[in-house]
Design a protein around this ligand. Structure first.
Ligand SMILES: Cc1cc2nc3c(=O)[nH]c(=O)nc-3n(C[C@H](O)[C@H](O)[C@H](O)COP(=O)(O)O)c2cc1C
Length: 309
């Protein structure tokens, strides 16, 4: 018998990933922060920190708090160097790797998103965009873009009209059904969808009666406690759209990731757990390989969508 390495490759839009594991935006900096710890070439893709048109200093202290050992609350406030410095200082480093680069873009208006996609496409070296639809639409009184299927559609369509690169909207959890939002993304020309069920939460320090997140008061949830809801969102969306779905939210290991593949995800993102184990992406890739080999499965694609309801 020929002992072939299991095939972990998957396709997201125009991007072929050699394996389906990516770090989630905001937990992996600009990649170079991890360069002494792992080889960026080993990842399926690199998703960098949310990038805005202008640099942002982000939230005041405190930015992160752990809840009950399984949930994080974070308010980074989109601290980032801004698109010009990203292109000048960060992109040359990231371009050196064959690993596809996906830039997470964040805007305050539909026009911001379109402009970011246009400028970054022209810069060269970027393979795709993750559109952060959890951002507040400043022109619409701060309502999040994911609050409404119409706003979601407008952003994705504007980005679609600004770039031929792969676009992956990251749909935030709001009162609107995530399936409705995912359909709006597909209709607007998205190549894949990343459902994000991270609610905005808060935690109070009972000694000071102030927020544990300082002046920001609230923050987005992350970590293992999110996983059941994340998994359900993937499963729901996969059934209703014809484009690939990227899973994420709470993943800490290959066993977690495999549940997302079985639910129908084509690729996965790992976020908070990078802060616990900075090699979690690599460990997960190794774990997926081992699972496939141990079970005589030739390709990860043979696992996708195999969940039996
Ligand atoms: C410290 C931190 C910073 C983050 N920054 C961003 C960001 O800039 N853009 C974004 O779309 N998501 C951001 N996220 C959300 C993650 O990408 C991810 O969707 C979320 O944390 C859920 O996945 P996890 O449970 O694996 O962390 C951030 C999360 C954390 C913990």
């Amino acid at each position: 018998m020929i002992n072939k390495e299991p095939d972990l490759s998957v396709v997201l839009g125009k991007i072929k990933l050699k394996n389906p594991v990516m770090p989630a935006s905001g937990t992996f900096g600009y990649g170079e922060e991890y360069a002494g710890i792992l080889n960026l070439e080993d990842l399926g893709a690199v998703i960098v920190k949310g990038t805005t048109l202008k640099p942002r200093l982000g939230s005041p202290q405190y930015r992160s708090v752990e809840i009950a050992g399984s949930l994080g609350l974070h308010t980074v406030g989109l601290q980032n160097v801004g698109v010009d410095r990203f292109i000048k200082d960060k992109l040359p480093y990231l371009r050196r790797f064959a690993t596809p680069l996906i830039v997470n873009i964040a805007g305050e208006s539909v026009e911001d998103f379109a402009r970011l996609a246009e400028v970054l496409t022209a810069a060269g070296g970027v393979r795709g965009f993750q559109i952060n639809l959890g951002c507040p639409n400043v022109k619409k009184g701060g309502l999040r873009f994911s609050a409404h299927a119409g706003m979601t559609f407008d952003v994705v369509k504007a980005v679609r009209n600004s770039t031929d690169l792969t676009i992956i909207p990251k749909v935030a959890q709001t009162a609107t059904d995530i399936v409705v939002l995912a359909k709006a993304c597909e209709e607007a020309g998205a190549d894949a969808i990343r459902p994000n069920v991270a609610h905005i939460g808060m935690a109070i320090d009972i000694r000071t009666r102030k927020s544990k997140l300082g002046a920001s008061v609230t923050g987005a949830m992350s970590g293992p406690a999110l996983m059941p809801a994340s998994l359900r969102a993937v499963w729901q969306v996969v059934k209703e759209v014809g484009i690939p779905v990227v899973g994420g939210g709470g993943i800490t290991c290959a066993e977690d990731a495999l549940q997302f593949f079985m639910a129908g995800a084509t690729a996965v993102e790992i976020g908070t757990h990078n802060l616990v184990n900075p090699r979690v992406t690599i460990d997960t890739i190794q774990g997926l390989k081992k699972y496939l080999s141990d079970n005589g499965i030739a390709s990860i694609r043979d696992v996708i969508g195999t969940f039996v309801a």
